[in-house]
Design a protein around this ligand. Structure first.
Ligand SMILES: Nc1nc2c(ncn2[C@@H]2O[C@H](COP(=O)(O)OP(=O)(O)OP(=O)(O)O)[C@@H](O)[C@H]2O)c(=O)[nH]1
Ligand SMILES: [Mg+2]
Length: 355
């Protein structure tokens, strides 16, 4: 799972990225254009328990990758098309849109206006998707002349997407069948991915849990939003736990931005965790809710996907309660599932496959 930080220049992407991933600021990286990646462990105490029962040498926690992406330019600033948003965004599974809410001036020296920044970023994403869909539709018309009906479902779907985007609607809000979702996946459309709006606000706004009206805009657009103060959190990270706790209490926050942010990403991404375990390692894997057993097996290794026969599944709750695999077998809690089985949060899966 990869979450990309998108935003206008100077909105605080890198500061927030450092806070969330626990990295030290590096002045040499200012103004660079390539993405920086960092993997963050998301502690899940079930991994330790699985390791204990399977007598595994180690327990590996679930991970989430964050990408500090290059700054985005909108409107008249957006001149160079090779800096296209799709290229910047890469293969992220979701985006955190970082909006500047601190200070009085924006990156161009104009008055700070988080609402207008949010609107122009959302528009930029929609316009980018629209260009991709229209390009594909043009090519399809030619291909349809030679191969007729085979491609017409794709055309019909893309026309629906085009109309939806044209009305300003993000793809993530369309109701699509699993087949349609599969068809669209390859286009990597920006508005099809979950989006979290992060308002990087001043201390005062953090206390008030607001962002000068812009948060209402996010709500109207049906988006989840989170107020943080990246600069404050950077200072917080240098303090000992006790002083940190005092600070958090003063701002009436239940956790540091890192934890609040990772939690919000998990909810937003609608992900679940499954486990694999053997003598060497008990490992937690993060997948989207609704993933089938065969697709989940692909996360572990492509051989497991290719040669998938079936999966032996034990739910974590049963394993935890009964305390051993033998006891689970005896109680009839080890199930055999086929490739279409929808993996459940906490499943321990052993895949049977042919080479
Ligand atoms: N006061 C205040 N300043 C901040 C905050 N977050 C970031 N800054 C400052 O704003 C400037 C830009 O922050 P960055 O984190 O580099 O922003 P960015 O979005 O990564 O910038 P680009 O990568 O150049 O687009 C830096 O000088 C930060 O110290 C904040 O919450 N409050
Ligand atoms: Mg930066």
């Amino acid at each position: 799972m990869k979450v990309g930080f998108l935003g206008l220049p100077g909105s605080g992407k890198t500061t927030l990225f450092n806070v969330v991933t626990g990295r030290e600021p590096d002045p040499s990286e200012i103004g660079r254009s390539e993405a920086r990646l960092a993997v963050v462990k998301v502690p899940d105490e079930r991994a330790e328990r699985v390791a204990q029962i399977y007598d595994s040498a180690k327990a590996t926690q679930p991970e989430i990758t964050f990408a500090d992406l290059a700054a985005l330019h909108t409107g008249d600033e957006h001149t160079r098309r090779d800096d296209s948003l799709t290229k910047i965004a890469g293969d992220a599974d979701a985006f955190a849109l970082v909006i500047q809410g601190f200070g009085t001036m924006d990156h161009r020296g104009g008055p700070l206006d988080p609402g207008s920044d949010l609107e122009s970023l959302l528009l930029e994403m929609t316009v980018t998707d629209l260009a991709i869909v229209e390009g594909r539709l043009r090519r399809l018309e030619d291909e349809l002349k030679s191969s007729r009906d085979k491609l017409s479902p794709e055309r019909d779907l893309l026309q629906r997407v085009e109309r939806n985007l044209g009305d300003g609607g993000p793809v993530r809000e369309m109701s699509l069948t699993p087949d349609e979702e599969r068809m669209l996946r390859g286009f990597n459309l920006l508005t099809s991915k979950p989006l979290l709006v992060v308002f990087n606000v001043s201390d005062g706004d953090l206390r008030a849990r607001t962002c000068t009206g812009a948060c209402q805009l996010a709500e109207q657009a049906g988006l989840t939003w989170l107020p943080v103060s990246a600069a404050l959190e950077q200072e917080l990270a240098q303090l000992d736990e006790e002083t940190q706790a005092e600070f958090l209490a003063e701002y009436d926050l239940d956790a540091v931005a890192r934890d609040r942010f990772v939690r919000a990403c998990y909810t937003l991404l609608d992900v679940i965790t499954f486990f694999t375990a053997n003598r060497h390692e008990a490992r937690a894997w993060t997948i989207s809710a609704g993933t089938t057993a065969r697709e989940a097996a692909r996360k572990v290794h492509s051989d497991l996907y290719e040669g998938f026969i079936r999966a032996e599944v034990i739910p974590f709750a049963k394993l935890d309660e009964l305390g051993s695999i033998a006891a689970c077998k005896e109680a009839g809690c080890v199930r055999l599932e086929g490739k279409e089985y929808v993996v459940q949060d906490g499943d321990i899966m052993e895949v049977r496959f042919s080479r």
